[in-house]
Design a protein around this ligand. Sequence first.
Ligand SMILES: [Zn+2]
Length: 206
Amino acid sequence: MATRVLGRTYFFVSSIVLLLGAACGGPQATQSTPSPVAPAAATARRVPPGTTFVYYDIVGTTDGELKAQLSALGPISQTDGRRHAANTAATYRWNWPGYGSAACSLGASRVAVETQITMPRWTPPPEASRSLIEKWNRFVEATDLHELGHAAIAEANVSTITQAIASATCATADAAATAALSRIQDLHVQYDRDTDNGVKQGAFFR
Ligand SMILES: [Zn+2]
């Protein structure tokens, strides 16, 4: 069965100095059926299937240099157009037998998600201080966990799209799936609110 790219949703972490606060504003989730799934907070590192990491390189020796690099090089969020230290993007794909026709089998739909996490990477030069290296490592570890929380939300809500499709008609299933994306996006916004964009998890460098 061919796969079509029909929906794309972006979310992100803000972790650094300049980017706290308004970065994750958005509408409150409007509850509708089916309800999106909010997984429990992660307690151990787990990488959901379909998750890949990409890295951008940070160069510097001092705390200030690293901050400047993060501010200059961090990925730009598709949601707010601003740079953040890290980013998670999920792409959902869906299809079903008879897609695009009036004789469809929505109960046999297939929904998949691929999630890409963008993270900073710094190779400390010999003159970097031990304390700076330790600070960086704490930041990266916490940011990784925060982003994996987004990945877990993305994974858990494949079923949200599946159910939205199953509850629709052949003519409305695409729109129903797309509408489900916005409800999932609301969950990511809420996660960022709950964690203060990861700050409460230690995902900050300041
Ligand atoms: Zn986040």
